[in-house]
Design a protein around this ligand. Structure first.
Ligand code: HEM
Length: 180
């Protein structure tokens, strides 16, 4: 994954649990990069999974909650990096379409080595949007968190659920976003 994700994960951990906790994670994780992350480089996905795994053990939270919390926190950071035109969308559903049709496309053009999920939209009513989250990285809980961060940004109340999830014996991840 791109260094930006690691740099932001570092900031997230330090903001929530402090600099010493980040140092503690690095001293136990034994990472090839030694945790000296820069936004321009790319790092092995496994490093992120190792760090999340250590947070889970040390803080007694589930991997799901850890990924979700990071996703919710990181939305505003991604938003600040978003390509011109991405700031015009005021609605969660419109924004989610824009991520698939335009925002992640632009991100990929600027960073050809970025690894991004695909969203396959399945159905949409005025209040409920359903899509498949497709990614070999299986970060659907991170994705749920980002969607909550997005809704906080647009000022909309939403519920996010997964009628089917690869982590819950499903064949794929289907994310349902409901405006409440
Ligand atoms: C605000 C504008 C956004 C920008 C600029 C952006 C950009 C990015 C970048 C740079 C990455 C890392 C790629 C890599 O490490 O190789 C990423 C990953 C990801 N993005 Fe976005 N993103 C945005 C919005 C969203 C939204 C709203 C969602 C949720 C629906 C989302 C879902 C994800 C997920 C789940 C990943 C992790 C990779 C994966 O699942 O395979 N992004 N995005």
């Amino acid at each position: 994954m791109k260094g930006i994700v690691f740099v932001k994960f570092n900031e997230f951990i330090e903001e929530v649990w402090g600099d010493e906790f980040w140092d503690e994670l690095l001293s136990e994780a034994n990472l090839a990069s030694e945790g000296v992350y820069t936004t321009v480089a790319t790092y092995d996905d496994e490093e992120l999974f190792t760090l999340v795994g250590l947070v889970v053990v040390k803080k007694g939270i589930s991997a799901k909650d850890a990924q979700f919390a990071f996703g919710k926190w990181v939305f505003k950071e991604l938003y600040n990096l978003a390509p011109p035109g991405a700031h015009d969308f005021k609605d969660v559903f419109e924004f989610l379409h824009a991520v698939q049709d335009f925002i992640h496309v632009e991100v990929k053009k600027l960073n050809p080595d970025a690894l991004l999920p695909e969203f396959e939209f399945l159905s949409e009513t005025p209040n409920v949007l359903t899509f498949k989250y497709l990614s070999p990285r299986k970060l659907c809980y991170f994705c749920e968190g980002i969607i909550h961060g997005l809704a906080e940004h647009t000022g909309q109340d939403i519920k996010v659920s997964q009628p089917e999830c690869e982590h819950e014996a499903g064949e794929q991840c289907v994310i349902e976003v409901e405006k409440v």
